[in-house]
Design a binder for this molecule. Structure first.
Ligand SMILES: [Zn+2]
Length: 72
């Protein structure tokens, strides 16, 4: 019997959600680069760096927190 409540595994869910837009310019962010990081616990996660082509704001998405952050 398959377990439909299987937890999400970070290693298999490293892609950012598509279609992220700049909150100010409302243009689609451009992907700049991706890299992997290893946390203190040894868990490998991936980060994706995006940049807004209009205002040059930088954002990153981390597979560990599953959320976007603006890079200052
Ligand atoms: Zn922008």
């Amino acid at each position: 019997m398959p377990d439909i409540r299987a937890p999400r595994t970070p290693s298999s869910d490293t892609a950012p959600p598509p279609g992220r837009r700049c909150p100010r310019c409302r243009v689609t962010l451009q992907h700049e680069r991706s890299y992997t990081t290893r946390g203190l616990s040894g868990v490998v996660s991936s980060e994706h760096r995006y940049v807004c082509p209009a205002c040059d704001a930088q954002f990153r998405w981390s597979s560990r927190d599953q959320r976007w952050r603006e890079v200052h």
